[in-house]
Design a protein around this ligand. Structure first.
Ligand code: F6P
Length: 527
């Protein structure tokens, strides 16, 4: 079966009709009153993650129609194509196999899904061997760096997927991070960022990791050149000891003068590359065993996504809900509220995942889409967001579904804090739903505002891996329903090309052919 775009299925029309009759006027409070088992019916366990979906604007009939939509669009077949290594990134003719990076080296004989996959796609055995030989080499290197007391600072130079994943994860897993090394992440071409880091470093105690899939990205190459120049002009001499590259372009890294490289493959998209050599800073920080646990947690979620039936498949249910909100309720954004301060970079990470993957206006065949795709994703850790923008979530004119990531066990021993944190998470979701009547207006909370709680028992490498894989797969599902290619990013190209031209003009002062605004600003910057 081939993919069918969501709007070309009978289920799409049925959902539109259902939305008009029962969806628009749906009331969560009435639903809870009428359905005593709503919490149980609309919660879902998956590896390391328990999801409460019950405070979402849907009833059983909505779910059934959404499941039908999934069947009619062929999402499960598309998922199987992903896991078979098919070239589903059709505009670049590439397979999409970040999941292979977390597949165990030897499939246990009693795992039928993996055995079947292996039989169906024998070429993946080779890829898997390469994955594991690179992983072993990278983790051995990580261990050497960890044991090297002379290296006190590790600086990751990379941007986008070569920065956000490892940075988010090193912060998230702070409890597991080696205490005697400092980790720095430099991404911006703004020299302020690199300069602030460099002034605290000494060449002899610093390891620079140059992380770039392509090894051509302007920001990363500019920062890498400046780091190298700083290293050499401050007495550093042994580039092979103090620089390593994480890249699929090993030739460019060696042309740069780097002899230690860890490679990966064109079938790993930048925003899906945390599991590859791009994860090296994390592997140094939490150690090889911790990194393998992260991979194992993600793999457990892969197995859930591959094998759980549609009705009990968490990434599928979340992706369907995303489409329900975006295309039927017409909601343009989703807010993510991690109730764990170590997850403070999770919103930024998820922004790239969702918006670079599904921020597309054409389908996989290049035809313009008549419906909205990626929502704007945004957020801050709770409880901080409560004292900033939650006002708008409770009483603003727009309804924003909120996703709260809640962690049951704290790793600190400070009395009282964690209960208050958990209480706030639950209270916010409760307040969004129940609201509060006030005839005067200003103190009226309309309520009926949707939220999802993703509950982890603990924040560990394994649960973080599962949480991230869950998010990857839910983005896959909504992208599949929308009929788009979630794995290219042509939209970033134009700005890159124009920046080169503008940089040349900032030097020369030439403004011919520019629009009046760009020309005017350029002149002001030159005077
Ligand atoms: O410009 C967007 C992008 O290509 C992202 O997709 C990617 O994660 C980032 O730039 C960095 O790319 P690279 O790893 O090749 O330097």
């Amino acid at each position: 079966m081939t993919r069918t775009r969501c709007d070309r299925t009978p289920a799409w029309g049925a959902l539109q009709t259902y939305f008009k009759h029962a969806g628009r006027a749906f009331d969560l409070r009435a639903a809870f009153a009428a359905e005593p088992d709503r919490f149980a019916a609309l919660s879902q366990s998956a590896p390391h993650v328990f999801a409460d979906l019950s405070k979402n604007l849907m009833d059983g009939a909505t779910q059934e129609l959404l499941f039908e939509l999934a069947r009619q669009t062929g999402v499960e077949q598309h998922r199987d194509a992903l896991f078979a290594g098919a070239a589903i990134n059709n505009t670049e003719q590439r397979a999409v196999m970040h999941w292979l990076l977390r597949t165990p080296a030897r499939a246990p004989a009693n795992t039928p899904a993996l055995a079947a996959q292996s039989a169906a796609s024998p070429h993946l055995d080779d890829e898997l061997r390469q994955v594991h030989s690179t992983l072993d080499a990278m983790l051995a290197y990580a261990q050497t760096v960890r044991a090297d007391a002379a290296i006190t600072d590790v600086v990751n130079i990379g941007i986008g997927g070569s920065d956000l994943g490892p940075q988010m994860a090193v912060l998230a897993l702070d409890e597991y991070v080696l205490p005697d090394k400092r980790f720095h992440f430099v991404s911006n071409v703004d020299g302020h960022e690199l300069a602030v880091v460099l002034k605290r470093l000494r060449p002899e105690s610093t390891l620079f990791l140059i992380a770039s899939k392509t090894f051509t990205t302007l920001e990363t190459m500019t920062n890498a050149q400046s780091a190298k120049a700083w290293f050499e002009s401050n007495g550093g001499s042994d580039i092979s000891r103090h620089f390593a590259a994480l890249t699929s372009n090993v030739a460019a890294a060696s042309a740069f003068g780097i002899s230690t490289s860890f490679g990966f493959w064109d079938w790993v998209g930048g925003r899906y590359s945390l599991w590859s050599a791009i994860g090296l800073p994390l592997a140094i920080a939490i150690g090889p065993a911790g990194f393998r646990e992260l991979l194992a947690g993600a793999h457990a979620m892969d197995q859930h996504f591959r094998s759980a039936p549609l009705e009990h498949n968490l990434p599928l249910r979340l992706g369907l809900l995303d489409v329900w909100y975006r295309n039927f309720h017409g909601l343009g954004s989703r807010s993510i509220a991690p109730y764990h301060s170590a997850l403070r970079r999770l919103p930024a990470y998820l922004q790239q995942l969702e918006m670079e993957s599904n921020g597309k206006r054409v389908d996989a065949s290049g035809d313009a889409l008549p419906y909205g795709t990626a929502p704007v994703l945004w957020g801050e850790p709770g409880t901080n967001g409560q004292h900033a923008y939650f006002q708008m979530l409770h009483q603003g004119t727009d309804v924003v579904p909120v996703e709260l990531v809640v962690v049951k066990q704290a790793k600190h021993a400070l009395p009282g804090h964690h209960t208050l944190l958990l209480a706030n998470a639950l209270a916010q979701a409760q307040a969004l739903m129940v609201g509060k009547f006030d005839s005067g207006g200003h103190q009226h909370f309309p309520g009926n505002r949707p939220s999802t709680v993703l509950l982890l028992d603990e924040l560990t490498p394994a649960s973080l891996g599962a949480l991230i894989a869950l998010q990857e797969h839910r983005v896959f599902v909504s992208g599949a329903l929308w009929g788009i290619n979630s794995f290219d990013q042509w939209g970033v190209e134009l700005g890159k090309v124009l920046a080169k031209d503008v940089a040349a003009r900032l030097h020369s002062g030439r403004t011919e052919g520019l629009d009046a605004s760009t020309a005017g600003l350029l002149q002001r910057l030159r005077t």
